[in-house]
Design a protein around this ligand. Structure first.
Ligand SMILES: [Fe+2]
Ligand SMILES: [Fe+2]
Length: 162
């Protein structure tokens, strides 16, 4: 069963959102680099790559099912942060927003009786839980260790490998 036009549009919108996410985290990585936070920058570069992979994975899914992908306008991303904690708070906000988008995508797939898209979207529902958990863990480190030990958090966060 080829993917229908409505689902192609919904996936294209989600792909655009994933590419926005990738740019958002890339810019955050640049900000961290500028401020000398190498660990946080490392984490954000990996995060940016991961979002790009999400876009690619979704595009492959649509193309494998005989559909087309149309990347939409990608808005400029913010680059004016004050301190590391704020960047992760913004990351959390953004991931919660993306979770809502993924839920809407899954619901549309159900309405369209597109089982393949439902299965595919379910994988990203799990992924979003993981994303929110990893950012929550970092925000908890900020909470527990507080202000003057941000450098320790930079070390821990910088250990991310993939
Ligand atoms: Fe993503
Ligand atoms: Fe994400």
């Amino acid at each position: 069963m080829d993917i229908n036009a409505k689902m192609q549009k919904a996936f294209s919108d989600q792909i655009t959102a994933e590419l926005y996410s990738s740019n958002l985290y890339l810019e955050m990585a640049f900000w961290f680099r500028k401020e000398g936070w190498k660990g946080f920058a490392n984490w954000m570069f990996k995060q940016s790559d991961e979002e790009k992979q999400h876009a690619m994975d979704m595009a492959n899914f649509v193309l494998n099912r005989g559909g087309a992908v149309k990347i939409g306008t990608i808005e400029a991303v913010p680059n004016d942060y004050k301190e590391p904690r704020e960047v992760f708070e913004k990351t959390m906000e953004h991931e919660k927003h993306v979770s809502e988008l993924i839920h809407a995508l899954a619901e549309l797939a159900e309405d369209e009786h597109d089982r393949a898209s439902v299965n595919f979207a379910d994988k990203y529902i799990d992924e979003q839980v993981q994303e929110e958990t990893s950012v929550r863990d970092i925000l908890n480190l900020f909470r527990h260790r507080d202000g003057h030990t941000v450098a320790t958090i930079d070390d821990i966060v910088g250990q991310r490998e993939a």
